[in-house]
Write a protein that binds this ligand. Structure first.
Ligand code: SAJ
Length: 461
């Protein structure tokens, strides 16, 4: 089987299945199609299947023209029909691995696919799991199901784990040019899976086991969560000391070695950084080990929306206004700049906390016209001079480049800037409060630097 599969990969006659056609699976499917394989994209959403087969795209980083070209070339077809998996010589799995309400791994999507593969598997298949998950998943959940189908892993079928490294909105690093780590159950599994991925990805990095590959991904994302937590704590420290955290970080970033710049913010969002480290924390709890860095980073990062709302309350209080009844305009609600993804966005927490205190909250986001939460839809407002002047406070949560920030500074009364989006602008009417430090330059307060020594605000918190 190994020889047969290697031959099909070499001459591109292998049929490649990609399960899960989201921000990971769709770009991967396109790369396999562009490499010359026949690709079957499998997704449980008939809506997604239909729009892709019409040559449209629901993923911001995948142009519709690219989907249309592969559909018209007959190299890509989407399907929600499980038996089509049987046609595939290779299957890459890129389904979500969310957290449950109790912050435990929710493996339902992976298990559903693993069961489908057990039903459709046949000799001569290579199966690669890409979904971010706890170490052991590939060996404990995927391998047994293939063996239950009467197949011997490493001989009849080949199984590997290869973490996805898609960075939505990243204009430089894409699926094809980002090195791909890959760990297989047996050496033959690594060899076959690596040959498959080398056909469409520039650099494949084999490691010795699926567990190593699973842990590589969790290290990458835990590294980010912990370092973001660190700078968020530095922001809180700077706020208490009346020091400009952005100035401190920018100056620290001049160190040409041994430092990596992260920036504080209103919290962390997305489907990865807030969630993936908890997969490792969960696994280690089953081994009676407490992952203190992960837990502490999570504690600090998830406290940032509260910290932001406190800043808003202080700003309103300085103007003899209560949060209750004040009109607050939130600018940017996607979980990071220049994308439209709302998942786990800290903006949702900021808006909810403000509303719980009685504020009348509206939002403007050029990438998110509306979104659904708890079953109801919510729409943004246009960014106008009237909207800015009507707001008792404006909060910058996500610093999309498409927003006219000078207009915000010129027409708002007070702006709480959690992303340092406004510090380089010509001062306008607005008083601009940085996420962390005393007042930044703006009408009505001395320019930063002319401020008195560490203010009594230490008591404020
Ligand atoms: N954030 C900060 N400060 C920072 C960096 C990020 O507050 O210094 C926030 C962002 O605003 C966002 C969250 O953290 O809300 C996550 O941001 P992110 O830059 O990690 O972006 P993601 O989650 O879309 O994608 C990340 C990938 N990003 C980068 O490497 C830059 C990468 O870690 C993974 O490929 C991806 O998660 C994944 O799928 O795991």
């Amino acid at each position: 089987m190994r020889e047969q599969l290697l031959g099909k990969i070499a001459d591109r006659s292998a049929v490649v299945g990609v399960v899960g056609l989201g921000y990971v699976g769709l770009p991967l499917a396109m790369e396999f199609a562009k490499a010359g394989f026949q690709v079957i994209g499998y997704d449980v959403s008939q809506r997604v299947v239909d729009l892709l087969n019409r040559g449209e795209s629901h993923i911001q980083d995948v142009p519709a023209a690219e989907v249309a070209a592969q559909v018209q070339a007959g190299r890509f077809v989407a399907s929600a029909d499980e038996p089509r998996l049987r046609e595939c010589d290779a299957i890459s799995i890129a389904v979500p691995t969310p957290l449950s309400k109790t912050r435990d791994p929710d493996m339902a999507f992976v298990l559903a696919v693993a069961d489908a593969i057990r039903r459709q598997a046949r000799p001569g298949m290579v199966v690669v799991l890409e979904s971010t998950t706890y170490p052991g998943t590939t060996r404990e959940l995927l391998q047994p199901r293939l063996e239950e189908a009467g197949l011997t892993v490493g001989e009849d079928v080949f199984v590997a784990f290869s973490p996805e490294r898609v960075d939505p909105g990243n204009e430089k690093w894409h699926t094809k040019n980002t090195p791909k780590v890959l760990g297989g159950i047996t050496p033959a599994c690594v060899e076959v899976a690596a040959k498959l991925y080398e056909a469409c990805i520039d650099t494949v990095v084999p490691v010795s086991s699926p567990e190593a590959a699973e842990l590589v991904k969790l290290l990458e994302n835990t590294f980010r969560a912990v370092n973001i937590g660190l700078v968020n704590e530095i922001a809180i420290i700077c706020d208490k000391l009346g020091v400009d955290v952005w100035e401190v970080i920018d100056a620290a970033a001049t160190k040409p070695f041994g430092f990596m710049k992260f920036t504080p913010g209103p919290g962390i969002g997305g489907h990865c950084i807030p969630l993936d480290p908890h997969y490792l924390a969960w696994k280690m709890r089953t081994l009676n080990y407490k992952t203190r860095f992960i837990d502490l980073a999570s504690e600090i990062n998830s406290s940032m929306p509260d910290f932001v709302v406190e800043k808003v309350a202080h700003a309103l209080n300085d103007r003899r206004k209560a949060v209750n009844g004040s009109r607050v305009l939130v600018l940017g609600i996607a979980y990071k700049r220049d994308i439209d993804d709302m998942r786990e966005s800290p903006a949702l927490d900021v808006m909810r906390l403000l509303e719980q205190r009685g504020a009348e909250v509206t939002y403007h986001d050029p990438h998110v016209a509306s979104y659904r939460e708890d079953g109801h839809s919510r729409s943004g407002v246009p960014l106008t001079v009237e909207a800015l002047e009507a707001a008792d406070a404006v909060v910058v949560v996500t610093d999309h480049r498409a927003i006219d920030w000078q207009m915000v500074v010129d027409h708002a009364d007070v702006v709480i800037d959690t992303r340092n989006a406004l510090s380089k602008l010509r001062p306008g009417r607005a008083v601009v409060l940085s996420l962390a430090s005393a007042h930044v330059a703006g009408a009505g307060v001395p320019a930063a630097g002319a401020l008195p020594a560490a203010p009594a605000r230490v008591a404020a918190h």
